[in-house]
Design a protein around this ligand. Structure first.
Ligand code: GLU
Length: 542
């Protein structure tokens, strides 16, 4: 007990980091070792990798490059090739210790990642059963896709990844590229300039209609006319540089170009109506438009693009700033109102999240500040959206509170995977005892007002009253006894009561307060029914 007090006093004099560096406290690497080793002397490498995966991190994550390289090297040189003792483990993890500690402390946006991932798998399986819809055939390359293909990948803003199904099969972004190039245009030129050429309204018409708004501007950047004008605002080199960050893409745009009559018609119409910036070469812009539609991604790589939008323009796994937060905000707004062809209003109503679909069967879905998701399945419904993708998005929001308005006050609660882990109680005890330790009565008043249990005990069964009595904080003792009606005689693990604490540390004022209280409300000896009796006594007084 005295050791406990001594340690605590020390803590106030030097910082935790100083003590850690001086070897007084275990290092973060040691603590991580103990967490994963679970009492064993050595950690098998596969156990470390498995534990890592449960956090949602991937071994291929660029942020863990050094750790993985050292691990590989270390295993080559160990006698059994698999086991890591504390020293070897430390060597492997030290370069990426900050990220690893964050992961194992469950500090990521989805703390219980395995449970969340298994929910995603269930939603995936249920949408898999659907067999309606037609694979688009107006572009020959698209018509070749097997209708059974179905994939979902997600990446959170902390770079936690999960994928299920045909997530490594390449397909083209098609219209899913529209929000990305709009974001690049706004990133490069600002909102006002871009919208001097393009509107912000849903068109209420098919995406490839030859039609402009009252000001002779395309309705928005998510329909073909708007996307073609948007293409004239961005530069080829910077666009490829920005878009290629998480993916390897191949442009096979010939097929697209050869079936692009409608887009040529839109191009000429836009030219006639002077919709492009001066000096634009319309046919080369169309070529660029076809190339961008034909960018090949996999579900996995595209989920990182979606996650970059969810993360305000920073790529979660490289930390690179790809887009300005302003351009991402504008993009999400227009995805929300115009991203899902003629289903946009219904999607905004039922799913309440920004998304963009494409004719190859992709749906790029963004849960702002949480994650990006890419769904892909070629069969499309009548409005041009992936049948399985729509089902998945709807089910996702049915289960989790991701809809933009799910968090409205008084709303029926759905699952919140973002909820804090099980540390809540620990934090509350610590805050309570700390306030008692420092004599912070106003903090204690706030806790009581928030209906926090003022009798909570720590590992040593110590209560706020024990701590306040031992530290000599009379006002706190009085508040706990009289206002909070806490049990006046709780026993800690050594059998000590607050009175014994006050006597032991010579706080005579506190001794008097406790004595007066006992006398006023009769001495109460039993630890278990003490509070009840105290309450009765007080009730009698009122
Ligand atoms: N390549 C398509 C077109 O412009 C893109 C359409 C889409 O995915 O909606 O016709």
């Amino acid at each position: 007990y005295l050791h406990w007090r001594a340690t605590r006093t020390c803590l106030t004099k030097t910082t935790i980091t100083e003590r850690r560096n001086a070897g007084i406290l275990p290092s973060l690497e040691d603590l991580l070792f103990y967490t994963i080793a679970e009492g064993q002397e050595k950690i098998p490498a596969h156990k470390f990798i498995a534990a890592l995966k449960t956090t949602g991190l991937r071994t291929g994550d660029p942020r863990l490059k050094e750790c993985m390289a050292t691990l590989k090297e270390t295993l080559k040189n160990t006698s059994d090739g698999v086991m890591l003792d504390r020293h070897l483990f430390k060597k492997c993890v030290q370069s990426n210790i900050v990220l690893l500690t964050q992961a194992f402390r469950k500090k990521f946006v989805i703390p219980d990642f395995p449970t969340f991932a298994s929910h995603i798998d269930e939603l995936y399986e249920s949408a898999k059963k659907l067999d309606e819809g037609q694979v688009a055939d107006y572009i020959p390359q698209l018509a070749k896709f097997n209708p059974d293909l179905w994939a979902v990948s997600l990446c959170t803003v902390d770079g936690q990844r999960h994928t299920v199904g045909d997530t490594k099969v390449p397909f083209c972004l098609q219209s899913c590229v529209k929000p990305l190039k709009y974001a690049i245009a706004v990133h490069d030129h600002g909102t006002d300039y871009v919208h001097s050429f393009i509107g912000k309204e849903p068109s209420g018409l098919r995406f490839n209609k030859l039609f402009l708004d009252e000001e002779d501007k395309p309705h928005n950047p998510m329909v073909n006319a708007g996307a073609i004008v948007c293409t004239s605002l961005i530069k080829v080199n910077t666009t490829y540089a920005l878009l290629s960050f998480p993916m390897s893409f191949v442009c096979r745009f010939q097929s697209e170009r050869e079936s692009g009559d409608r887009n040529f018609a839109i191009g000429y119409y836009l030219k006639e109506k002077k919709c492009f910036p001066e000096g634009t070469d319309m046919t080369s812009i169309l070529d660029f438009y076809f190339q961008l539609c034909s960018i090949e991604v996999t579900c996995e790589s595209a989920s990182v693009m979606a996650a970059t939008l969810a993360n305000g323009g920073f790529c979660p796994i490289t930390g690179e700033r790809v887009l300005s937060p302003e351009s991402v905000r504008d993009t999400l707004s227009l995805m929300h109102s115009c991203g899902m062809y003629d289903f946009s209003g219904q999607f905004a109503f039922h799913v309440g999240l920004p998304a963009k679909s494409g004719v190859a069967g992709g749906i790029l879905l963004v849960v702002p500040n949480v994650m990006g998701i890419m769904c892909w399945s070629p069969p499309l419904d009548k409005l041009g959206n992936s049948v399985r993708g729509i089902q998945f998005c709807t089910d996702l929001v049915e289960l989790f509170n991701f809809h933009n308005y799910d968090n409205l006050r008084h709303f029926a609660k759905k699952h919140d995977p973002r909820r804090e882990g099980g540390d809540q109680r620990v934090k509350s005890v610590i805050n309570l005892l700390f306030a008692a330790y420092t004599g912070d009565v106003s903090a204690l008043r706030r806790f009581a007002l928030s209906s926090i249990d003022m009798e909570q005990r720590d590992y040593d069964s110590r209560t706020a009253l024990h701590v306040a009595a031992a530290e000599g904080h009379g006002e706190v003792v009085r508040f706990l006894l009289e206002a909070c009606k806490v049990n006046p005689v709780p026993k800690d693990r050594w059998g000590n009561t607050p009175m014994e604490e006050a006597l032991h540390f010579g706080h005579h004022d506190v001794v008097t307060i406790l004595k007066d209280f006992h006398e006023k409300y009769n001495p109460i000896a039993s630890d278990t029914n003490a509070k009840e009796s105290a309450e009765k006594n007080l009730d009698g007084l009122l």
